[in-house]
Each structure stands twice: as structure tokens, then as C-alpha cells.
Design a protein around this ligand. Structure first.
Ligand code: SF4
Ligand code: SF4
Length: 308
């Protein structure tokens, strides 16, 4: 399963960045692919990007919603919200684990040798702060004199934008290099700190900043794809928690197995020696009288529903 996930991550990273003739044909691809929102973080301004970033598109939509509503051209914004809701309601936060190019970069960095640290659990709530303020409220209400908002998260926070868009564009365009000021220095500092943190801890951006992960995480408990944990089979060996890239701890009841923090990498499914973790599709559609799948258990599936 882990090999399959790695293949999927690399394929999506290549597909999202398939415009390799940018040195000859212009720094940014502007074709039809840019109408497609990849459900992962991949900067629109990356010279090789052929798809749009849903977070950038969402902020653009909110920053210009007044004018777009008046002109009857708000549909692209609703399309982005529709795509995120559709993907989330099917597979929850799985895109973070299986196709996000910035998630892949963090996975690479964490494989580098060095001391490894845990991330404080309370920082799990920070992505909701970034989602609420930098993606929704500020673009919506902090307006310039003409009545337009800004893409605050892209402009002041997003390290993926600096790495994939800002730095390559500056290297390619002399004029941009001259214009780069303190804002770029600030973004560069954020990026460098995040890259160092990614060597020391697993997926720090996904766990403490990413508003896209926060959106998908909200669907984890209700999505069509669900993880199920059978406490009766658990050996309390902790292998699932040790291997988990986002430190989800369901074996001891600290977290729900469908916690919003879970990126659905499915490592715990493969690692569990007791086969206590399994994948289910739409378990809430099954009849409650179905026989329990725990060894020797005669109850119906409601006991699983209680376990989460
Ligand atoms: S709980 Fe399991 S599927 Fe979720 S992130 Fe952790 S290891 Fe991956
Ligand atoms: S890896 Fe499986 S058996 Fe071990 S603690 Fe986790 S759920 Fe229980």
C-alpha cells in the first residue's frame, strides 16, 4: 500500500507540473488546464504548473465576490467549492496523503537523517485559524479603495507558493528580481523555517498551517470512505501510532480513527499486526443487523459504529 501511495504522489506531482517548455514559451502556462483545480497544494504561479491551486482560487473568489456576483460571473468560485466538497465527501482528507505535491516534498524531507521531534497536539487547531482568517475573512472583508480583497494566504503565508512559484519566477525574470522587496524576504524566511521543520518533524505544514487540509479534514468523519478500528483485535503494540505521519493515536482512545488530523495514508492499515484497522466504504449504509466482523463477536455492527 505504501508503494502504491508513493507512486500516486509522484504521478500527481508530475501531472500537475507537466509544462516543461516554460523556458521557451513563457514563464506561466495559461491554457485550459488552469481551469482545473487539483485537490492538492500546487502553486498556480509555478512555471511548470498546468493546473490551478484550489486555495488560490477560493481566495480569489472571495476577494472579488461582490463584483462577480454583480456581473453574474461567480460560477468559477462555486465550482471550486463544489470540487472540494465532492472530493471531501468521497474520500475525506485522502488527497493530502496520496496526491498533494507539497505533502510529497515534506515526506521527502522527513526521510533525511537527523533528530526527529513530535509536534504539540494543540497546534492541530492552527489550520482552522489560517482557513478562517487568511482564506475566508481577510479576502472577504479587507478591501482596497476599489473594493477588491487580496489573496492573503498566498501573499503572506504560503511556503508552497514561494518554493514552486516565487523562487523560480525570480530566477527567470530580471525585472521581478529588482522588484522583490521585504515581502519576498518574509516569505523566504517562512519557507526556510518550514523546510527545516519538515526535516525535524513529519508533515508540519499539513498539521499546523494548511487550510486545504483543514477543509478536507472536516469531511473525514462523514465521508464515503471510512477507517474502522476493531478494539477487540488490538494488541496495544502502538505500531499504528509510531508509523502515523500525523501522530493520530486511536489505539488508546486519544483520537477518533477518522480524526480530521488523519491524512488517510493507510499506513496503519498495513502496519497493524492484529488486522484491527480496515477500510470501509459507506459503512453507515449497511444494515444494523449485519453480523459483526470481530472474531467471536455476536453483536451487530452498531458496536463498530460506537468505536468509530
Ligand atoms: S491514522 Fe492511519 S491512515 Fe490516518 S494518517 Fe495516521 S497512519 Fe495514516
Ligand atoms: S498497530 Fe494495530 S494492534 Fe498495534 S496498537 Fe495499533 S491498532 Fe492495535
Amino acid at each position: 500500500m505504501e508503494r502504491l501511495r508513493l507512486i500516486s504522489q509522484h504521478i500527481f506531482a508530475l501531472l500537475a507540473n507537466a509544462y516543461w517548455n516554460f523556458p521557451t514559451k513563457g514563464p506561466i502556462y495559461q491554457g485550459l488546464g488552469k481551469y482545473v483545480c487539483l485537490p492538492g497544494l500546487n502553486c498556480y504561479s509555478c512555471p511548470a504548473a498546468v493546473t490551478a491551486c484550489p486555495l488560490g482560487a477560493l481566495q480569489n473568489f472571495l476577494a472579488t465576490i461582490r463584483f462577480n456576483m454583480a456581473a453574474g460571473s461567480a460560477r468559477p468560485g462555486f465550482y471550486v467549492i463544489g470540487i472540494l466538497s465532492l472530493v471531501g465527501s468521497f474520500i475525506g482528507r485522502m488527497p493530502c496523503g496520496w496526491l498533494c505535491p507539497f505533502g510529497l516534498i515534506q515526506d521527502w524531507l522527513f526521510k533525511l537523517p537527523g533528530p526527529k521531534f513530535r509536534i504539540w497536539r494543540w497546534l492541530r487547531y492552527m489550520p482552522y485559524f489560517f482557513l478562517l482568517f487568511f482564506v475566508i475573512l481577510l479576502p472577504l472583508f479587507a478591501l482596497d479603495q476599489a473594493g477588491f480583497g487580496m489573496t492573503w494566504f498566498c501573499k503572506f503565508v504560503c511556503p508552497a507558493g514561494t518554493l514552486e512559484g516565487g523562487i523560480p519566477l525570480l530566477l527567470m525574470e530580471k525585472g521581478l528580481r529588482r522588484a522583490a522587496g521585504w515581502l519576498f524576504v518574509h516569505k523566504l524566511v517562512v519557507l526556510v523555517l518550514l523546510l527545516i521543520w519538515s526535516v525535524l518533524a513529519s508533515r508540519p505544514f499539513c498539521r499546523t498551517i494548511c487550510p486545504l487540509g483543514a477543509i478536507f479534514g472536516l469531511f473525514n468523519r462523514v465521508s464515503w470512505l471510512q477507517l474502522k478500528f476493531d478494539t477487540g483485535r488490538c494488541l496495544k503494540c502502538r505500531a499504528c501510532n509510531t508509523i502515523c505521519p500525523t501522530d493520530v493515536s486511536f489505539f488508546d482512545g486519544t483520537d477518533d480513527i477518522n480524526s480530521p488530523a488523519c491524512i488517510r495514508c493507510m499506513r496503519c492499515v498495513s502496519a497493524c499486526p492484529g488486522a484491527s484497522v480496515r477500510i470501509e466504504f459507506a459503512p453507515y449504509l449497511k444494515s444494523s443487523g449485519e453480523e459483526c466482523q470481530s472474531d467471536g463477536c455476536k453483536k451487530d455492527n452498531t458496536c463498530h459504529a460506537q468505536q468509530g
